[in-house]
Design a protein around this ligand. Structure first.
Ligand code: COA
Length: 324
């Protein structure tokens, strides 16, 4: 008998304001056509003035709890993946705790940029397998619109805001790959790639939040290679092959990265959840958003095998194999 961290609820929140590619044509030397063909993005949501990462996270968490039929106080731990917290501290996790009215348990943030949700899932899985928690709320929530340089056409057209939340609960499994729940995790980082994607401000340097800087093309080339490798490694750890995959739920940065990774993995695009056209790159929120959309559309169903994979600043990357 093995303990497994099983998904029992998923939900998401997108801010009301939708910005179509054509809006950028008014202020930048860019076009809807360039953004669509180079990235696959058609629109994204931006948080309203005063709307924060923790507020969006609370909305998503409530939806996930409703699906899991749990009350906030049933939750033992809240783990929030974000690089755009409301404040330097306290954590968004504790703000979510307060926002939900939770009076017990513990909460914290993890920061692995666009790979954040994968790292948070790994954390939650560890908490459940070690008996620290039985029910964990895992959230990815971001307001990347706050760290955009609106004069840099090579970055500001690519990102969006949003939040997704997943409830994981301890369940007994057989220890085999037909169990529901998280079956394997593969995490990687390499700090020598720091300059490929970073924010040029911070507490101990500029004392400001800073703006996002990216070398898009070299990053693109790293991404496909590393994402396919980590997905393969995670599948191998679960004693499974690519033929067992029902859905790839990828980080949604660029449709060409998503397609390149699926091809390298030997999985057809009909088995990939794609939301990049509607959300843009929402960093740590992108995988739970895609998961939530996939479930709400009835495409992802119980018992199916999912591989989630992501890469981002650090570089940090990884994959999780999970049976829904
Ligand atoms: C950013 C990205 C879409 C750019 O696509 P690309 O095919 O690599 O394009 P390049 O960066 O080589 O730029 C090609 C040209 O388009 C221009 N360009 C950049 N942004 C533009 C925009 N919004 N509109 C019009 N032209 C633009 C560049 O200036 C460049 O012009 P030049 O050839 O005259 O110098 C792509 O590199 C990418 O998605 N990279 C990875 C991003 C990513 O995954 N980031 C997050 C990881 S979590």
């Amino acid at each position: 008998m093995t303990v497994r961290a099983v998904a029992t609820g998923i939900g998401h929140y997108l801010p009301a304001r939708v910005v179509e590619n054509s809006e950028f044509e008014k202020t930048l030397d860019t076009s809807d056509e360039w953004i669509r063909t180079r990235s696959g993005i058609e629109r994204r949501h931006f948080a309203a003035e005063g709307e924060t990462t923790s507020q969006m996270a609370v909305h998503a968490a409530k939806a996930a709890l409703a699906m899991a039929e749990l009350r906030p106080d049933d939750i033992d731990a809240v783990i929030v993946a974000t690089s755009t917290p409301d404040l330097t501290f306290p954590s968004v996790g504790t703000m979510v705790q307060a926002g939900l009215g939770m009076t017990r348990g513990f909460a914290y943030d993890v920061q692995a940029v666009c790979a954040g949700f994968i790292y948070a899932l790994a954390n939650a899985n560890g908490m459940i397998l070690s008996g620290q928690a039985e029910r964990v709320l895992v959230i990815g929530a971001e307001t990347f619109s706050r760290i955009m340089d609106w004069e840099d056409r090579s970055t500001c057209v690519l990102f969006g805001d949003g939040a997704g939340a997943l409830v994981l609960e301890a369940r007994t499994g057989s220890g085999h790959s037909d169990d529901r729940g998280i079956l394997s995790v593969d995490l990687n980082s390499d700090g020598q790639y720091r300059d490929m994607l970073y924010v040029d401000g911070g507490v101990s340097t500029s004392g400001t939040a800073g703006k996002l800087r990216m070398q898009g093309n070299p990053l693109f080339r790293q991404a496909v290679e590393k994402l396919a490798a980590t997905a393969h490694k995670a599948l191998e750890k679960a004693n499974l092959g690519a033929e067992s995959v029902d859905w790839i739920v990828p980080h949604q940065a660029n449709i060409r990265i998503i397609q390149g990774t699926a091809k390298k993995m030997g999985v057809g695009m009909e088995k990939v959840i794609v939301t990049v056209q509607d959300h843009g790159n929402t960093s740590a929120a992108s995988i739970p958003l895609a998961l939530s959309v996939g479930v709400s559309e009835g495409r992802i169903t119980p018992g199916q095998l999912l591989v989630a994979e992501a890469i981002g600043g650090g570089l940090a990357w990884g994959a999780v194999v999970l049976r829904w």
